[in-house]
Design a protein around this ligand. Structure first.
Ligand code: RIB
Length: 309
């Protein structure tokens, strides 16, 4: 079993399911409201854990009901909460999510709350985990200081660093330079490169631009159209796995967590992408984010059915 460590967001998702997204000023009728554990960081760690890795998150929650919900998730999954601190000042992060039932598409507003106050010191306190891990993983939902410290410790302990640059925002240029894995979706890839990603050529051009910024492996997720990979020598385009999607929220997190788990196992790159593709697709067949992450057995079944592996 490989081990992943990283700073990440712990956010409670409040999702309303509706027939159609309301326009400004409209009140739309919803069908269901669900509360559940979410946050890109925590979702990716959960996905990696269910895919077979040991996953160690560094984060913060508030001393409130939402924080209790997040900690209960870690207990029920059997994941360590050793580096999840309780904030003295801020509430637990939360996300307001609208899901359109027909398309499974979503719109999200996040309030970072305690996630925004995670410090570089919080990360340093977990340094022994960096020394013993196989991969460092982070996203952009915590403070830049904490993310840069993850990057520094990955370098210090010579561990590969995977950055899922979501949600997109300006970052210090050195965050990309020399980074082993960067995994934007189409929108994020366009934000960071200025190149629209609408087809294979767009994905290849955006990947090339990321490689030019010093990224070693660019992985651009294309939603239901699959994933594009390039390391400058090899390009792979994998179509999406066909499923009946009910909620696409967290699909990128399922992909990233499973990819991280596969990389710690030194899986060959095309197989690792297929493994992650299956995890992303399977997660859309259930409601919610962390609770929708597939198990390793489910991913392996999908690999067999779709790729004959
Ligand atoms: O990627 C989906 C996640 O983004 C949700 O769980 C929500 O919490 C936001 O962080």
């Amino acid at each position: 079993m490989g081990k992943i460590v990283g700073v990440g967001s712990l956010i409670v998702d409040i999702a309303a399911f509706t027939d159609h997204f309301p326009v400004a000023g409209e009140t739309a009728l919803g069908k269901t409201l669900r509360f559940g554990p979410g946050g890109k960081g925590s979702n990716q760690m959960t996905a990696a854990h269910r895919a077979g890795a040991e996953a160690v998150i560094i984060g913060r929650v508030g001393q409130d009901r939402l924080g209790e919900l997040m900690l209960a998730h870690y207990r029920s999954e059997g994941m360590t909460a050793k580096y999840i601190k309780l904030s003295a000042e801020n509430e637990t992060g939360s996300a307001l999510i609208e899901v359109e039932t027909g398309s499974g598409q979503n719109r999200i507003i996040i309030v970072k709350g305690a996630c925004a106050e995670i410090t570089a010191d919080d990360v340093r306190e977990a340094e022994s985990e960096f020394a013993s891990c196989d991969l460092v993983v982070t996203q952009l939902e915590t403070s830049i200081g904490s993310i840069m410290e993850c990057r520094r410790l990955a370098e210090k302990h010579r561990k590969p660093f995977l950055l899922n640059p979501a949600p997109f925002q300006e970052v210090p240029p050195e965050l990309f330079s020399g980074t082993d894995w960067v995994t934007p979706n189409e929108t994020e890839a366009e934000f960071f490169t200025g190149i629209p990603v609408r087809d294979r050529d767009g994905a290849a051009a955006a990947a090339a631009a990321l490689l030019k910024r010093g990224v070693k492996h660019a992985v651009i997720t294309l939603g239901k159209n699959g994933v594009f990979y390039s390391d400058g020598n090899r390009e792979i385009l994998l179509p999406g796995v066909k499923v009946d999607a009910v909620d696409t929220t967290g699909a990128g997190d399922a992909f990233n967590g499973a990819l991280a788990a596969a990389l710690t196992e030194k899986m060959e790159i095309e197989t690792a992408l297929k493994f992650a593709n299956c995890a992303g697709a399977l997660s859309t067949t259930r409601h919610g984010t962390a609770p929708a992450m597939p198990t390793r057995a489910e991913i392996l079944r999908c690999l067999k059915e779709n790729y004959g592996i």
